[in-house]
Ligand binder design. Structure first.
Ligand SMILES: Nc1nc2c(ncn2[C@@H]2O[C@H](COP(=O)(O)OP(=O)(O)OP(=O)(O)O)[C@@H](O)[C@H]2O)c(=O)[nH]1
Ligand SMILES: [Mg+2]
Length: 306
């Protein structure tokens, strides 16, 4: 029941993306369309417009041409089936949820550019993990923005998670050092670290995030076990660029795609999956406590095409 509600929400959220992709595709392929160059050109345009990326688009068209050569494709309508198969084949491997062991400390460092939805995602994630029986602690390592610490504290109250904090402008590395001290004191739950999100083009932010990561690692072997990159789906191509930079520079281990409620750019997940192969841990579909969900590729393909 609960799952159906979420799938419905996903269908609604991705309606604009589905319109760009599926409806236009249906129009393009309808009837006795010739499988010719003109069709391929229009198909290419359409897939690019849906943010699926040039790589995916060219691979798909090559596949279609190959199938025509081998007489495996009789009419244009079957192209939609090929698209469905390829989307599933790309999204299935990145459907990898986080597995958090019980009884040992587990650090999740949350990163991403400003406004992508980090702090909100942390609140929603804590709610999910609490429901799974995990103990949660927040660390306010975004010390730049005046309201950042308060925002995290509000979420902390909502979900019942203590917040380790210092004053504004404190050194974020010092805040995580403090927090990891709790592990030495016997804490064995999940520690979620909120970080600042100024623009990724500023070298400073990357250097600072690296330092935070280093300090965490020096205090707890193997930590942070997860570096969760939060991406705003509505930014399309930018989200892909950010994913590349955060993967290379910080070593992001998984992504959360937020704001999938009402975007026309939901296809960007495919692009990130295809070009960067980063596990998609969760998707965010709203600002409420219950609006985060484990990524499921089947549901996603259905929401894109059906
Ligand atoms: N519609 C929608 N809004 C979201 C979602 N996730 C976050 N938001 C909103 O996006 C805005 C920014 O979210 P924050 O969580 O503050 O983003 P942040 O990455 O922590 O931002 P900084 O702390 O400035 O770096 C807020 O208004 C959130 O309510 C989502 O999945 N859907
Ligand atoms: Mg924030």
């Amino acid at each position: 029941m609960e799952k159906n509600i979420f799938l419905e929400k996903l269908m609604t959220g991705l309606a604009k993306t589905r319109d760009t992709l599926s409806r236009n595709l249906d129009t393009l392929l309808f009837g006795e369309k010739a499988l010719d160059r003109e069709l391929f050109e229009e198909l290419e345009e359409l897939l690019i417009a849906a943010d699926l990326g040039p790589q995916f688009t060219h691979d798909l068209i090559d596949d279609v041409k190959e199938k025509i050569k081998r007489h495996e494709l009789g009419n244009a309508l079957q192209i939609k089936n090929i698209l469905r198969e390829r989307l599933a084949a790309i999204l299935r491997p990145v459907e990898k949820s986080m597995t958090i062991p019980n009884g040992e400390p587990y650090v999740i460092m949350v990163v991403g550019v400003n406004g992508s939805g980090k702090t909100t995602t942390i609140g929603k994630l804590a709610n999910l993990l609490k429901n799974d029986g995990h103990e949660i602690m927040f660390v306010a390592a975004d010390t730049f923005r005046a309201a950042a610490i308060e925002q995290l504290e509000i979420w902390g109250k909502r979900v019942g998670a203590p917040v380790i904090r210092q004053k504004m402008n404190a050194d974020p590395a010092a805040v995580v050092f403090d927090a990891l001290g709790k592990v030495k004191g016997g804490y064995s739950g999940v520690i979620i670290v909120d970080t600042a999100g100024r623009l990724h083009t500023k070298v400073n932010l990357m250097e600072e995030l690296k330092k935070v990561k280093r300090v965490i690692g020096s205090q707890l072997k193997g930590a942070p076990q997860e570096i969760l990159l939060v991406l705003d789906a509505t930014t399309g191509q930018n989200a892909v660029n950010q994913a590349r930079i955060f993967k290379e520079e910080i070593g992001a281990t998984g992504i959360v795609l937020t704001k999938l409620d009402g975007t026309a750019k939901g296809g960007v997940v495919v692009r990130i999956a295809h070009e960067l192969a980063l596990p998609v841990r969760f998707i965010g579909m709203g600002e409420g406590l219950g609006d985060l969900r484990v990524f499921e590729s089947n549901d996603f393909v259905a929401a894109l095409l059906d």
